[in-house]
Design a protein around this ligand. Sequence first.
Ligand code: EPZ
Length: 418
Amino acid sequence: MAKLLIAGGRHPLQGTIKISGAKNAAVAIIPAAILTSAPVRIENLPEINDIQALVEILEFLGVHAQWESPSTLSVDASTLDKWEPPYELVKKLRASYYLIGALVGRFGRAEVPVPGGCDLGPRPIDQHIKGLTALGAKVEVEHGIIKVEAKKLIGANIYLDIVSVGATINIMLAAVRAKGKTVIENAAKEPEIVDVANFLNAMGAQIRGAGTDVIKITGVSELGPVNHSVIPDRIEAGTYMIAAAATAGNVLLCDVIPKHIDPIVAKLREMGVTVDVADDQVRVIGCHLPQAVDIKTFPYPGFPTDLQSLAMVLLTQANGSSIITENVFEGRFKHVDELKRMGARIKVEGRTAIIEGCSQLSGAPVRATDLRAGAAFVVAGMLAEGETVISDIGHIYRGYEKICSKLNSLGANITEID
Ligand code: EPZ
């Protein structure tokens, strides 16, 4: 299995990189494409393994998917004739659960293996099931397969017990074809949800309120063709902003939506990092001793949980001690032990981590526990003395397009080794 070798030395990152399409929008938009038998064209897709895995699943289900370029996919789901994607494909990515909402919306039925577990702690899908059941579907989970059958989908009022990106989108995918009106309350407000709603509305769906906590959907009988460009990835952008700050570098990121990175911009400025935002670009100019700050992760527009591990690495270099509270996932501190092996001084108590600043990290062999932790170890490796070797880098390639070449173009020294 390939590994990443990171040369340390705290070299400041300098230069310009382009941000790719948003993984967490793309992994919902590709399944959503099967809601119509008309031609669908999706641009600005990131070149990452999760997207390849989803295209493989669609092809298994009888869909014709054609790459017009490395980032543009044409989908013809008129030949879709199966609703049981196989476990060996589904287990590759958690977001395969969007196939449930899409298949139920298209066919009224789906048999999808329960998505793989993840290193973020338990990741139930009870809210997804609550929503589909409310729409009139019969849902059974047996032998690790989620079986859904809905002779008719009827619009319903659904109040989510917990703010959930996945449940909000999955319910939307089924509700666009339900008879009558659906209202999702306590809905998640992430920009990726808005992108999926825009995609569906361009196909003729009637969705209002995406991006707020109340989404209203009037079902339609048919969905038509669409040509859509995926929004830029705010988490990828935040990753490189934090890398620039941590190495006291000077990096310009192109193709961002400023509103979507507000929480990261605010927190970096609070630390004394210079962040200049203009149109669709952001420049980050790091400083040698950023100020320690406290961070609480929350659903959008709060500080994103997906940048928690990255922020933790930055805070090991801050002046003073910081507190991170992880309010979204209960098991999202699995990267702490590996960072401590690199010399970080971190204490975890439940959902809180206390990070001592001014730590000199030292290179070590570490294992990526999830894709964001993997990216955090890349940044930690750049700050460390000596070399860091990261294993299980498949996690990283699931969600970061060309992360090695993007960082090396800024002056990092990362090589893939066997
Ligand atoms: C999405 O996961 C993202 N993944 C995650 O990004 C992201 O961390 C998360 O949203 C939060 O922003 C994709 O979009 C593919 P949730 P999702 O449902 O939808 C609980 C990455 O690194 N919950 O918003 O699975 C859940 O356990 C990934 O790109 C239930 O209890 O997250 C969690 O504590 C990691 N029941 C909280 O809600 C449910 O039915 C938020 O989860 C669903 C969720």
